[in-house]
Design a protein around this ligand. Structure first.
Ligand code: GLU
Ligand code: MG
Length: 435
């Protein structure tokens, strides 16, 4: 350790010693990426031992960049270590030899800091593993692409449709070409890119991987999208309610749970997963009201999270149902029924993706431990049902404001037990809207 070579990244073969610059990134409870750039002579030491950061800069800023005291921490006292993960080094720019790595946050003596999202994912993964299970996670990333307009013309979308059309792809061919090249160099497994139905809106779908790698891929993808858009005179907005158009941006999370080589979500009867697969769905539905704050972290998230927006605002599940919070996908083109998964739709990019995934894994473990079953799937848009019919079919609602969502999270014994009291206290304090 401590030499000038920290071993190859499992997929890209990147070695710390070959880089000129290292950009390291953590994402905090506010859902903001906090980064720094390390010059060549210090990269090996940073990968080995981390760099010091004030506790406030790593954990105590609100989404509006105001430092607060929370979870027993004082914003002006103390340091943490921010340590880039050498096993996740990615090359961001070949010409500049700029590397990137997601960082863990540790106490100065090297033990995990309770506010670290990567640590929360590792813990919930270990919980599943104790029961002989492993999860696979795949993200869908929606964003709106905006052209820098003249000062008086305001933001202009990079396309005006048609939704899911060919023209938006052709009009933005150079951007998409550079984006796919850079993501390939960075080692991100992209499945496809398409134009969404909003003005300027696109979506990238990433392949399913183990949960920590999938969350790292998500951060890396957002970084690459931002870099490539800046190079093309464009601005990418991941906001749930973007500055152009009426459509909202989501961050959908696909999840499956495996026991050995068998997938608990593979149907055993038409469109019906195994009993354990049903317990995973039920666990997630039961946890979602309290977990919503971790998936939808801003006040504007709740403008998006409304029926009719395909954002999964109705708390139910259904086979291929895009209005249900949990959409069951009984098979995929690539893997058939073995690729069966659920898509959790309510999340958006204001979440900390690690905490969002940790909450879903915790919910899945909880559903399995309780061997619970969900209500019957909903086979039509919940919008077609009256209030009474919705109630009769067990369709519930998700919280409709950030404050309500945070108070449900605050009261969740299950999430407190699995994610830790201090993490929940920190998150609630950082996200609570202030006048
Ligand atoms: N844009 C929608 C959202 O905010 C999702 C559209 C889709 O189903 O892909 O979640
Ligand atoms: Mg989409």
């Amino acid at each position: 350790m401590g030499d000038n070579d920290n071993g190859p990244h499992a997929e890209s073969g990147i070695r710390g010693g070959s880089l000129r610059r290292l950009l390291l990134t953590l994402i905090d409870a506010a859902g903001t990426e906090r980064s720094r750039i390390i010059p060549r002579p210090h990269i090996a030491a940073a990968l080995d031992s981390g760099v010091h950061a004030s506790i406030s800069s790593a954990a105590l800023f609100t989404p509006r960049d105001e430092p607060i005291d929370a979870a027993g921490l004082d914003a002006v006292i103390g340091d943490v270590l921010v340590r880039p993960d050498a096993s996740r080094l990615a090359l961001i720019d070949e010409r500049m030899q700029l590397g990137w790595a997601p960082a863990d946050v540790l106490w100065p003596e090297g033990t995990p800091f309770f506010g670290c999202g990567r640590y929360a994912v590792r813990r919930t993964v270990e919980n599943l593993m104790a029961g002989g299970l492993r999860a696979r996670i795949g993200f869908e990333i929606e964003f709106s692409l905006i052209r820098d307009g003249a000062a008086d013309s305001g933001p202009r979308p990079a396309h005006e449709g048609p939704a899911y059309g060919q023209r938006p792809l052709l009009q933005n061919e150079l951007f998409i070409d550079a984006l796919l090249d850079d993501l390939e160099i960075a080692g991100v497994p992209v499945l496809q890119v398409h134009a969404e139905h909003g003005l300027g809106q696109f979506e990238l779908a990433l392949a399913a991987r183990d949960p920590l790698a999938a969350c790292d891929d998500y951060l890396l993808t957002r970084l690459v999208i931002e870099r490539v858009s800046l190079r093309h005179g464009l601005t990418a907005s991941f906001a749930p309610i973007p500055p152009v158009g009426a459509a909202a941006n989501g961050m959908h999370i696909h999840l499956s749970v495996m026991q050995g080589e068998s997938n608990l979500l593979t149907p055993t009867a038409p469109d019906t997963p195994t009993r354990d697969g049903l317990a995973v769905i039920a666990g997630i539905l039961d946890a979602l009201p309290a977990a919503t704050a971790l998936l939808c972290g801003s006040e504007s998230s709740y403008e998006r999270l409304r029926p009719g927006r395909w954002s999964g605002a109705s708390l139910c599940w259904g086979v291929q149902n895009r209005e249900a919070a949990v959409r069951y996908i009984p098979s995929t083109a690539q893997a058939g029924a073995h690729g069966a998964n659920i898509e959790v739709k309510p999340g958006d990019a204001t979440a900390n993706p690690y905490l969002a995934v940790a909450a879903l894994l915790a919910a899945a473990s909880d559903g399995l431990a309780r061997r619970t079953t969900p209500p019957a799937p909903i086979e039509l848009s919940p919008l077609r049902l009256s209030v009474e019919e919705r109630e009769a079919r067990g369709i519930r609602s998700l919280p409709s404001t950030l404050v309500d969502a945070l108070s449900l999270l605050n009261e969740s014994a299950m999430l407190r037990r699995q994610l830790s009291d201090r993490l929940v206290d920190l998150y609630v304090a950082v996200r609570m809207p202030r006048p």
